[in-house]
Design a protein around this ligand. Structure first.
Ligand SMILES: [Zn+2]
Length: 428
């Protein structure tokens, strides 16, 4: 466990954050004004440059890492990540702050300019305000507050702005971990200011198994369906088995991880898409559908094994096939994300919880996220297990129309981050 800061030092850090409020909000708004929408992954370079310039001003050594070999990278949409390092008197311990710079598409229902960076009623509005440009800005200004407070760092701080989290993070955090930049031989603690509420520390997430089931049938004339085998009918039977057999079994499995909302503590399966027979836009001819594809999203618990979760699906397919000799299903894995959880007793969690209580005057909540985020890459590829998500945005605001982040929450979370960084790496 790290030592709490002397009261005088803590007071100086808190005052420095308060003095930076206007700059912090302006910088966050500037980030929102760059429409880094993903897909397709637009305007990453100017956003990475803006972050890089600010980090340079704040005494960081900055470089860009372009994931040129990634499948997602193209000349039109380059995958530009930015990393800044500020070394103290020692290179360790090192606290790394990571934020994704991509935002999801705007969607409908906005009453403000999604890329205006407008401030009103104590809120900063715009796509990516909560998820998670304000959070990244808070992390950057938390490190700057230590400098403005006149403190010298004993260990080091590093900040990265990375691409593509919303589409899996493969050209972003995963790439940086693969090339040895975000790895445990350099990094002691990683903090990701995702929008999970200013008084909650998020210690991980469940696993994800996306897969496609293709039902195969036999084409025939629609006037004589008994001469064909209808793949959509096969799929209908499969979905009925999922509903009546698999779902009730999954609902009985509950993780010990503190996932919020509580209903997301259960294992779940979602039917994401169905594509069968002739295309809905196509002119229709009378045919028996000979193929039907269904995409499933199975969330599995840290207490479940991936292989067993998949085997359970395979057995369900075999059971439906066994009842109908002409039916056949194929399963194809689309994506597997393993569950991840910060180790019990992590000093990172303890420090954040302690400082949340100091700054907000209420007890911190420890949670796990219903969805996944880049912690998986830090942990599984980089071996950085002392990794959490903690940031100012409200979870329910993520991906919504009229997305906003509360300015008081930004200031409070920046205080929590600054105090925690100071405790973890040491200041004098
Ligand atoms: Zn996010």
């Amino acid at each position: 466990m790290t030592e709490p800061l002397a009261q005088g030092v803590a007071d100086r850090i808190v005052a420095a954050v308060e003095g930076l409020e206007e700059e912090l909000v302006d910088f966050s708004a500037d980030l929102i004004r760059i429409p880094t929408v993903n897909p397709p992954g637009a305007h990453y370079r100017p956003c990475a440059e803006l972050i890089g310039e600010r980090l340079c001003e704040f005494g960081f050594e900055v470089d860009q890492v372009v994931a040129e070999d990634s499948a997602e990278h193209s000349t039109a949409y380059p995958r530009v990540n930015v990393v800044g390092l500020r070394e103290g008197s020692s290179d360790r311990p090192l606290v790394h702050i990571n934020g994704h710079i991509d935002v999801v598409p705007v969607g409908h229902g906005w009453t403000v300019d999604p890329f205006g960076g407008e401030v009103k009623n104590g809120r900063l509005y715009g796509r990516g305000s909560a998820d998670m440009k304000a959070g990244l800005a808070c992390g950057i200004y938390a490190t700057e507050a230590l400098r403005r407070a006149g403190l010298e760092l004993c260990g080091s701080v590093e900040v990265s702005g990375t691409v593509d989290e919303e589409s899996g993070g493969f050209a972003g955090v995963a790439h940086l971990a693969q090339i040895g930049r975000l790895t445990a031989d350099r990094i002691d603690y990683a903090l990701i200011p995702e929008p999970l509420d200013v008084d909650r520390v998020c210690v991980g997430h469940r696993g994800v198994y996306w897969f496609k089931v293709t039902a195969r049938g036999q084409i025939g004339h629609g006037s004589m369906p008994f001469l064909g085998v209808n793949a959509i009918a096969e799929t209908g039977a499969l979905l009925e088995s999922v509903r009546t057999q698999l779902e009730p079994r999954l609902a009985q499995r509950v993780t010990a991880m503190p996932v919020v909302p509580a209903d997301a503590r259960r294992a779940t399966i979602n039917i994401n898409a169905i594509l069968g027979g002739q295309g809905g836009e196509d002119p229709q001819t009378p045919c028996v559908a000979d193929h039907c594809e269904t995409i499933f999203d199975r969330r599995f618990l840290i207490e479940e094994e991936f292989e067993a979760s998949k085997q359970e699906i395979v057995e369900l397919l075999q059971q439906v096939e066994a009842e109908h000799p002409n039916w056949s299903f194929e399963i194809e894995d689309l994506m597997v994300v393993h569950p991840t959880q910060t180790p019990d007793g992590s000093p990172l969690v303890a420090t954040l919880e302690h400082n949340i209580e100091q700054v907000l005057g209420r007890e911190a909540m420890r949670i796990a996220s219903p969805g996944t985020y880049d912690q998986k890459h830090f942990s599984k590829i980089g071996g950085v297990h002392h990794c959490v998500a903690y940031g100012p945005g409200i979870l329910e605001q993520a991906h919504q129309p009229d997305e906003w982040c509360g300015i008081q929450d930004m200031v409070d979370s920046a205080k929590v981050m600054a105090l925690s960084i100071a405790e973890l790496i040491g200041v004098r």
